[in-house]
Design a protein around this ligand. Sequence first.
Ligand code: MG
Length: 297
Amino acid sequence: MVKNLSQVSRNEINQFLNSFDNILFDCDGVILLGEKIIPGVKEAIEYLQAKDKGMKLITNNSFRTESDWDSVFENVDLDFRSEDVVFPTKAVVTYLQQLKFDKKVFVVGPPRMRKQFEESGLDVYKYKPCEQLRELHDIKDHALDDPEIGAVVVDLDFNLTYAKLVKAGIVLKRPDVHFILCASDKTVPLGDNFKTIGSGFIGETLEMISGRRPIVLGKPSSLYNNIVQDKFNLNPERTLFVGDSLITDMLFATRCGYQKLLVLSGTTSYQDMMNCPKDFAPKYYLNSLADLKTSLN
Ligand SMILES: [Mg+2]
């Protein structure tokens, strides 16, 4: 049975706090909501810093470049830097660099992903949007394969068109083209019971068109954790993962052997948590990370 950490005995909280040396935080819904810090979270982080806990961030958010992350931390006055964050875009860069990849990357993702790839030295394919398809046969001239493309990277692409999707599917017919999916969420909650389509659907569409499976470089993939571990080299048993999503965060933490703390300040409601499958349910939850500090006062 999952327990509210702010309502257990002082002894149990201390035991819990002594059971890990490092903390991996998800970012959106745990520390930030949009560009704003969740009230009380700064104080909780400072408390954990004073306890000598090492802290890093593991997010599925590909909408920021390294310099965007630095600006966000500066704006909310948090003592993190971009090198403390693992995000899918950078994981793709690391992955492709490890493979000594030297072809072009076709980005079916947000403009900031494309920018980060360019800043990291990847050769990004310059996709020319199709002005107009007057009839369906026109797609054959537009959606041509280009042998210079060696990878298709998929995340949430606001400007995705039918023509771009068809082209990505055609490029992926070549088995030597890397097929990489970042965030695999099927839906993205935007508050007020509004959910929009997530990049998981785009990945799944391309999977059906191409007949291939992507590798996933985002939570809950354990391959993503390989990038995390290459960078930070943590002992999973002595590492706590704090997240707001059951599938993305709690399943990821379970697969990777991290301890888990769920917070209800983001996508998961109390009811969702109570219905969580037992095999990746957390032992503890908090309504917000901020409650960690107040419960110790
Ligand atoms: Mg989150």
